[in-house]
Each structure stands twice: as structure tokens, then as C-alpha cells.
Design a protein around this ligand. Structure first.
Ligand code: 5AD
Ligand code: SF4
Length: 556
């Protein structure tokens, strides 16, 4: 592959943390080939969008960006290369090319390891062809469309798919330059999803669930820890469903084996996935906690309310560096809706799980209250006022720290799109959405108020928003990750160059508790410790005030 050191790339990311991680990995591999990243889309030679298809709005944003690129290419930059990565590339495929011939490169989420090759091809083709001829764009793109279509790995062998999928994560570039100053990182443990909730496009775009070997995960975390990372968030669409069968190349649902030789020696009642040569989610958490003790905070996203054994809760309770935050969407408070959504559990089961989480993990007396996060969809087809009322009751009794509320968005290719008419008018969706947002805001507020007077360990992330505003510095893109934007905004760097003396006697910093509550606190601008010394470290602070979801603290 040629060295493309003169080409600059603008990469914008839409959607979830999984996409953020994909962008980071892709940026690492392109950076290693000599590509430069820019935060300014206008000066880029190559513009890449890592897209999300979960809701229509995210897709509309990409369509609008592609419209702008079409003009730019036509009017003054015919050799601009435009790439669509991620779920839209997987889902829309040839339709996308037909509708928007401006696209030169398309690459589905499971083929991203091959992106450098695709881009290299596109760069070479551009330099040797009359490039603003749409017919050529279509021909060229048609060739590259071959690198979507991996959702078809449901029907190909999972083992082969697993090998191919692993290469992007295994190739993670951990150059100290890229990680300069960063303290948090995502690590994928599972790809894809087998749940097929009727509204959700993810099983169609990201394919069948495949679990990464624990050795790969642990090696990756050790390497990240060596660069100074102290917080890891494990990622999976149904992260607690993690289960690796060591006898087979990949683990597949439904195979259970006799239990022996487990990593975690706690009791295993209600252990959903025990097996002799199996590493369960509980085992994995425990191994990471024990084998990489420099990781101060271990988180995981997103949990599925079923298949969550006591073994996992025990590990979380017994391991001090595993965070007390569980993001576990219910989607609705109505059993009737859950059935139509094919969620695979009832409200009673959800409540039972939340009860168990609280029983095991809610320990405010030691400064470790359990915080819960959720997702709710309003206006799913046929949702009545009674169903909506049940969702309100669920919010009231579950008391999420934060909950994302989404209006149902019909997604082509899903069962709901094909079989259940989207019959709830947008007015009603909006009203229900607003009602739940207001309720959640009150709940979040009262949870924040309850923390006043408690002491917490705070992971210090950087200057507070307020301090940035005061300095007019705004968030700076991180070195090595320059130009990567997430949902339209630049990726936040945790390296802030502080110039305290010019700014007053104190500097306001921002950090998070292990339950993911944001805390602001002041440190002296001058003295034994400079404000920079706090960033990336864990400090103890007492909460002195609360406003919605942000807490004010004082160092103790
Ligand atoms: N419409 C609205 N929200 C959706 N989600 C997934 N699919 C849809 C859809 N079609 C939400 C769910 C999920 C979150 C990531 O996105 O709440 O948990
Ligand atoms: Fe989508 Fe359901 Fe899988 Fe979550 S569990 S990714 S909502 S299909």
C-alpha cells in the first residue's frame, strides 16, 4: 500500500459508543499509514462519515452532509474522496450509491479492518481518472460495495466471521502520541446482537453476536494501561451476555457445558452461563480486575435485563474497581409493548432484576450508591395511554440516574417496520416524550440532592465546562485524534494546558464518581499541586451542593 502522507482526513462519527470505538480504531490504522487528520472538514482531501441507522434522524444528518459534499465536489474539489462507514453502509448499500454517487468508499461496520485498502484504492483511482464523472463514481463504488454485506455472516460460518472481525480490534494502534494525556478507553468484548427486538436495526447491520477471546481483551487492556489509561469501558450491545467457549473459535448461543475451573470462585446460583471451558461475563470482569489492577475504573455498556446472574452482581460488589453503574434499558413499562417489541422478558422480570441489583450493589453508607441508566421508546405502534402510564410508573419506581427517551422511529428491514403500522401520531409521541423527560429530570434532580454530604472518589477528567467558558478555550481536540468528531462535535481531550495564574485564585475541574455522577470542584491555581496534577487521577471529595445531575464538591 502506498504511503499517503500528504492526504488529510476528516472523520465524523454519529451514534453510539461502539461507533466511537470503531472510529478510533480506524483512525489509528489510517494514521499509522501516514494519513493526517484534520478537524476542519473544508481542508480535508478525504471526508469520512461513520454512520448510525438506529433512528431516522441520525441518517438524515448524514444525507444532508452528503448533499453538501456533492456540491463541494462539483463546484471546486472534484478529487475529494467521500466515504460512508458503519451501519448506513451496511444497510443502504447500493441504494446509497444510486441516490448519492458522490460516495466513493463504503464500508460496513464488520469490514472496517479493510478500510485503509479501500481508501488507498480510491486515492489511486482518483489520481488516474477523470474523477468528476458520475458514471465512473458509480462504477468505482460498485466495486467497493463488495465490502459491505457482512450482516450475511449470520449464514456464513461464525468462526470465519470471528477471525475477520477480530482484526480491527487486534490491530489497535497504541502509539504513545495517540494516547498522550488520555485516561479512558473503550474496549469491545462482543460484536453484534442476537436479540432481534422488533424495532431495532442493530442485528441487521452488525450481524450475529460474536464474543472476543478473553486473552485478546485482557492483552488489549494491559496495553492500554501501559499507555496511562486508568478507566476502561467494556462494550457490547448486550454486554452481560458475554460468554466465550474456549473449545470453539467463537461462542454461540445455546451451548452449555458442565461447570469446572472458573475464574471467579464466588457462589454461582442463578449463574446464567456457567460452563467448563467457558469464560462468562462474571469471569471476564473478575480476570480484568485481578490481572490489570492499574485500571482504576472498570465499566460496561449496555446490559440486557435477562441472563444477568448473581455471579456478575457478586463480582461487581466484591471488586472495588468495578463501577456501580448499570445501564440497563427497559424500553417500556408495559408487558403488552414488551411482547410486541420481542424483548424476551416481562416487567416483573425487569423489576426482579433491578431489585437484585439494589440488594447486591446499593451501598450509600460506604459512598457507593448504585446508579442505574435506562432507555425508553415512546410511541411504539399501538401504545395506549394506559401503556404510557405503566412506563411512567416504571420510571418512578426504578429511579434511573439518567434515562434516554426516544420517539419510536420505524426502521426499514426490521419486523416492526414490515409488520406493524407506525400508527401513533407524532404529536402524541412528542407529548409522551416530553412528559417522560420532565419526570426523569425531577428524578435525576432528587438523586443528585440525595448525594449532598456524601464523600466520593472522583476520577478527574479535566477543566469543567464553566472553566473552559471562562478561559474561552472550549474543548480542544486530542492530539493524534484531531479531526475526529462525534455526533458533530470535536472529541474532547483530557489534556488541557492550564494557565492558572492568569485566571484567578482557583481552577474548576470536572470529574465523575464511579456511579457516573458528574462532580465539579475547585483546586488552588497555584501551590504544591498544580491543577494539571489532578487530571487523570482519583481524588476524594465531599458533595456540598447539587443542581440537576451535576454535583458540587470539595476536596477532602
Ligand atoms: N426507534 C427509537 N428508538 C430506538 N432504539 C433502538 N431502535 C429504535 C427505534 N427504531 C433505542 C433503544 C435502544 C437505544 C440504543 O436506541 O432505546 O436501547
Ligand atoms: Fe437492538 Fe434489542 Fe439487540 Fe439492543 S438487544 S441492540 S435493542 S436488538
Amino acid at each position: 500500500m502506498s504511503n499517503q502522507s500528504t492526504k488529510s482526513i476528516y472523520l465524523e462519527t454519529f451514534g453510539c459508543q461502539m461507533n466511537e470505538l470503531d472510529s478510533e480504531l480506524v483512525a489509528g490504522s489510517l494514521g499509522a499509514l501516514g494519513y493526517r487528520f484534520t478537524a476542519d472538514a473544508d481542508e480535508a482531501d478525504i471526508v469520512l462519515y461513520n454512520t448510525c441507522s438506529v433512528r431516522e434522524r441520525a441518517e438524515q444528518k448524514v444525507w444532508s452532509r452528503l448533499g453538501d459534499m456533492k456540491k463541494r465536489k462539483r463546484d471546486h474539489q472534484p478529487d475529494l474522496i467521500v466515504g460512508v462507514l458503519g451501519c448506513m453502509a451496511e444497510r443502504d448499500g447500493t441504494d446509497l450509491i444510486a441516490r448519492m454517487p458522490v460516495v466513493d468508499v463504503m464500508c460496513g461496520p464488520s469490514e472496517l479492518d479493510k478500510l485503509p485498502e479501500l481508501i488507498d484504492n480510491a486515492v489511486r483511482t482518483k489520481s488516474s481518472l477523470a474523477v468528476n464523472d458520475p458514471a465512473i463514481a458509480i462504477r468505482r463504488s460498485a466495486k467497493q460495495v463488495a465490502l459491505q454485506g457482512n450482516a450475511s455472516r449470520r449464514s456464513s460460518t461464525l468462526a470465519a466471521a470471528g477471525d475477520s472481525l477480530e482484526s480491527l480490534d487486534l490491530g489497535r494502534m497504541l502509539s504513545p502520541v495517540d494516547f498522550d494525556g488520555r485516561r479512558s478507553a473503550y474496549v469491545r468484548i462482543t460484536r453484534g446482537c442476537n436479540k432481534f427486538c422488533t424495532y431495532c436495526v442493530v442485528p441487521h447491520t452488525r450481524g450475529a453476536e460474536i464474543h472476543r477471546p478473553p486473552e485478546h481483551i485482557i492483552d488489549e487492556i494491559k496495553a492500554l494501561a501501559d499507555t496511562g489509561i486508568i478507566e476502561i469501558t467494556l462494550l457490547g450491545q448486550t454486554v452481560n451476555h458475554y460468554r466465550f467457549e474456549h473449545d470453539s473459535a467463537v461462542s454461540v448461543d445455546g451451548i452449555l457445558q458442565p461447570q469446572k475451573g472458573r475464574a471467579y470462585k464466588g457462589s454461582h446460583n442463578r449463574d446464567a452461563f456457567a460452563g467448563s471451558n467457558t469464560t462468562t461475563f462474571a469471569d471476564l470482569l473478575y480476570r480484568i480486575h485481578e490481572e490489570v489492577p492499574t485500571i482504576q475504573r472498570l465499566r460496561f455498556l449496555t446490559s440486557y435485563p435477562r441472563d444477568f446472574g448473581d455471579d456478575v452482581l457478586q463480582v461487581i460488589r466484591d471488586c472495588p474497581r468495578i463501577c456501580r453503574f448499570i445501564h440497563v434499558p427497559a424500553q417500556t413499562g408495559s408487558d403488552r409493548m414488551l411482547k410486541m417489541m420481542n424483548r424476551g422478558h416481562s416487567i416483573a422480570e425487569y423489576d426482579e432484576f433491578i431489585g437484585r441489583c439494589n440488594e447486591f450493589l446499593h451501598q450509600p453508607e460506604i459512598g457507593r450508591p448504585l446508579m442505574l441508566g435506562g432507555d425508553i421508546i415512546v410511541g411504539f405502534p399501538t401504545e395506549t395511554d394506559e401503556d404510557h402510564e405503566l412506563t411512567k410508573q416504571l420510571l418512578t419506581r426504578t429511579r434511573y440516574k439518567n434515562c434516554f427517551i426516544f420517539k419510536y422511529s420505524p426502521r426499514p428491514g426490521t419486523v416492526a417496520y414490515d409488520k406493524i403500522p407506525d400508527d401513533i401520531p407524532d404529536e402524541i409521541k412528542k407529548r409522551r416524550n416530553n412528559e417522560l423527560l420532565m419526570m426523569q429530570s425531577d428524578i435525576s434532580d432528587s438523586i443528585a440532592q440525595e448525594q449532598v454530604g456524601t464523600e466520593f472518589d472522583i476520577f478527574v477528567e479535566g477543566l469543567s465546562r464553566h472553566e473552559h467558558k471562562k478561559r474561552g478555550t472550549d474543548v480542544k481536540p486530542g492530539s493524534g485524534m484531531v479531526g475526529i468528531t462525534i455526533a458533530g462535535s470535536a472529541m474532547q481531550s483530557q489534556t488541557a494546558t492550564l494557565d492558572p495564574i492568569a485566571q484567578g485564585p482557583t481552577v474548576q475541574l470536572s470529574g465523575r464518581t464511579d456511579g457516573d455522577l458528574i462532580v465539579f470542584f475547585n483546586v488552588p491555581a497555584v501551590g504544591v499541586h498544580s491543577p494539571n496534577d489532578y487530571i487523570g487521577k482519583i481524588v476524594r471529595a465531599k458533595i456540598t451542593g447539587a443542581d440537576k445531575l451535576t454535583l458540587a464538591g470539595e476536596l477532602v
